[in-house]
Design a protein. Structure first.
Length: 101
C-alpha cells in the first residue's frame, strides 16, 4: 500500500464530490463539512457514476436506481445495491488529498 496524491483540497469545496482516475481506479472524493472521504466512484448495482448522485449528510444516493450508501464506511443503506462500496483511507496533508492504494 502506498499513499497516492489525488488532488488539491480546493477542487472539492465543502458539500461537494468529484470523481478521479487514480492508478486504474475510479474513486470519488467527498468533502462533507470539511471531512474528506473516498469511495469507489461507481454504484455496485449497475455501475452508475456516483458523482452524478446526491449527497445528504452522510448518505450518498445513486442517480440511476436510488441505492443509498453511507459515505463514512461505504455500507449499503438501501437497495437495489447489495454490495458495499470500497472505502479508501484518506490523508489530507498541506492542502493535498492522498489515498492509500
Amino acid at each position: 500500500m502506498a499513499l497516492v496524491k489525488v488532488c488539491n483540497l480546493e477542487v472539492i469545496p465543502a458539500g461537494s464530490m468529484k470523481q478521479f482516475y487514480v492508478k486504474d481506479c475510479e474513486v470519488l472524493i467527498i468533502n462533507n463539512n470539511s471531512q474528506i472521504f473516498c469511495l469507489d466512484a461507481r454504484c455496485t448495482h449497475a455501475g452508475a457514476p456516483l458523482e452524478e448522485g446526491t449527497l445528504n449528510g452522510d448518505v450518498l444516493t445513486c442517480p440511476w436506481h436510488g441505492s443509498k450508501f453511507n459515505i463514512t464506511d461505504g455500507s449499503v443503506l438501501k437497495g437495489p445495491a447489495e454490495k458495499n462500496l470500497k472505502k479508501y483511507s484518506v490523508t489530507v496533508r498541506e492542502n493535498s488529498v492522498f489515498i492509500e492504494l
